[in-house]
Design a protein around this ligand. Structure first.
Ligand code: DGL
Length: 259
């Protein structure tokens, strides 16, 4: 059986890219809920309904595990999904803990970049409250990056001015670690590198999620010997047109070059 990967759009490819490194012999269903993206700008109730529809569909296709490759979806639905379905369900959340550990005691700040909905959610506030004892965590929503990625617009002439404008009120020299708390953001890592001082670390949670998928499949004796085949779906419809498929595949190649 395949592993299901779910995101509102292309962002989950940044997680799938990591998972493929750890589990190259699994086969995958990648579900982009493009008709309902962006999740980060909608209400919690609305997005929850989209997610349950998407997961019903994926489970109907037969998957042995589900990765919610979206910080926004994880923060609002992962607990309820685990109650409803009896396959392993893994999520992703902003890597606040490792970021705070790196910066604590160094008089440096952590900047969490995510969607509006993730940053508004109780789950995020609880996470920060639990970990940020020295009050060093700041956060910033960057909804336009999701929009750029969904339109396959990665040109720096568009992206860099937007980032500079959004970051104008921050003293970048004070930042020790930037957390990419939205799976669409790693596509823009190079642009961010050109803006933040060299010594700033930029991290995401996808490696942790990828390692967890492997650990869980091993523990359940559910490893496959597939070929890394990926079936792509867009809001319940199999993607078959060549241009879209090649756009998705090119993004995976682009991620190879970013690292
Ligand atoms: N990729 C998603 C995340 O990690 C959300 C993007 C969106 O649809 O707003 O939060």
């Amino acid at each position: 059986m395949r592993i299901g990967i779910l995101d509102s759009g292309v962002g989950g490819l940044t997680v799938l890219h990591q998972i493929l490194k750890w589990l190259p012999k699994e086969d995958y269903i990648y579900y982009a809920d493009t008709s309902n993206a962006p999740y980060g700008e909608k209400s919690k109730e609305e997005v929850k309904e989209y997610i349950f529809n998407a997961v019903d569909f994926m489970v109907g296709q037969g998957i042995k595990a589900l990765v919610i490759a979206c910080n926004t979806a994880t923060s609002i639905a992962v607990d309820d999904l685990r109650e409803k379905y009896d396959i392993p369900i893994l999520g992703i959340e902003p890597a606040v803990k490792p970021a705070v550990q790196r910066c604590e005691g160094k008089r440096k700040k952590v900047l969490v970049l995510a969607t509006n909905l993730t940053l508004k959610e109780e789950k995020y506030h609880n996470l920060v409250e639990r970990i940020d004892h020295q009050d060093i965590v700041e956060s910033l929503p960057l909804p336009k990056l999701v929009e750029f990625a969904e339109r396959f617009k990665f040109r720096e002439e568009k992206v860099v001015p937007y980032l500079k404008e959004e970051l104008a009120s921050f003293d970048l020299k004070q930042i020790g670690t930037v957390v990419l708390g939205c799976t669409h953001f790693p596509f823009f890592q190079k642009n961010m590198r050109s803006i933040f001082p060299e010594e700033v670390d930029i991290i995401s949670g996808s490696i942790g999620t990828a390692k967890n998928v492997k650990r869980i499949l091993e523990a359940r004796n559910q490893m496959s010997s597939g070929t890394g085949d990926i079936l792509y779906f867009s809001s319940g419809v199999k993607i078959e047109d060549k241009e879209t498929l090649s756009n998705y595949k090119n993004l995976l190649v682009m991620l190879d070059k970013i690292e």
